[in-house]
Design a protein around this ligand. Structure first.
Ligand SMILES: [Mg+2]
Length: 261
């Protein structure tokens, strides 16, 4: 979860200014949290306090209205009678990470990931994006190897992970669909040797930088066992207190990572 938020904040500066390289400043004055962070916190809040996901999305979404939501999500937030709108945007994948810590089997994680997608992203590709990322995070925190994670994601969700990061990067552009950004974010993690490298890889694609770094960062935190202190310190300075309060409560209750040997 902290990995997701860190990726969002680091990627935020490069969302409209794509970089095609892994060397860039992690934090610049414009670095900020965006919709990915707000809705990740909303998912954690629901898990901690029992509100339905749709209620939390609206609660947090209306409190932080100007953080880069898609147009249809904004309409959903404003609607007096919000209905799922069949989205297959990558919003379902970027907000799902807390689920992977709060449930103790792969089946339960996938089922709950579906529930987080359904209020808005009830298109099969939208649901699949949430399921695949929650499953990848669960397997990573469960100590599984990258080979196992890769094979599981390819065979269960039919994402094609054969292209290397360099091959993807060549002509990759902004794509906010699950099917056009989630596999690439997973590859950013798979080709990394550290948390920081995962996030740098994701941003270097030059696509949906904050969301792809959020997704890669979420898996990387679970796999490598932590977010480096220097990144966590900066991220906490940027987050509002009511978000760090949810984060701390969630970690105390659900997150027990160990560094990978
Ligand atoms: Mg965003």
């Amino acid at each position: 979860m902290l990995g997701a938020i860190s990726g969002d904040i680091i990627g935020s500066a490069y969302d409209w200014h794509p970089v095609k390289r892994t060397s860039f400043s992690l934090f610049v004055p414009e670095s900020t949290f965006t919709d990915d962070t707000v809705l990740t916190v909303a998912v954690a809040d629901s898990i901690l306090h029992g509100a339905p996901y749709a209620v939390s999305f609206r609660n947090w979404g209306t409190r932080y209205p100007d953080v880069g939501y898609g147009g249809r999500f904004q309409e959903w937030l404003a609607s007096p009678a919000p209905e799922p709108y069949g989205s297959f945007g990558n919003g379902s994948a970027m907000r799902v990470s807390p689920v992977a810590y709060a449930f103790d089997s792969l089946d339960a994680v996938i089922e709950e990931a579906t529930r987080t997608a359904e209020p808005t992203h009830n298109h099969p590709e939208g649901v699949k994006g949430a399921q695949a990322i929650a499953a990848a995070i669960f397997l990573a925190r469960d100590g599984r190897s990258k080979d196992i994670i890769r094979t599981y994601i390819e065979t269960t969700f039919d994402y094609d992970l054969r292209l290397s990061l360099a091959q993807i990067r060549e002509d990759y552009e902004l794509d906010e669909t699950c099917q056009g950004s989630v596999p690439e974010a997973i590859t950013a993690f798979l080709e990394s040797g550290s948390f920081e490298e995962s996030v740098r890889n994701a941003v270097s694609l030059g696509g949906d930088a904050d969301t792809q770094a959020c997704i890669a960062g979420a898996i990387a935190e679970a796999f490598y066992g932590s977010v480096p202190d220097k990144i966590e310190t900066k991220v906490r300075q940027i987050l509002p207190a009511e978000m760090t309060a949810i984060l701390d409560k969630f970690y105390a209750k659900y997150v027990h990572l160990r560094p990978r040997m």
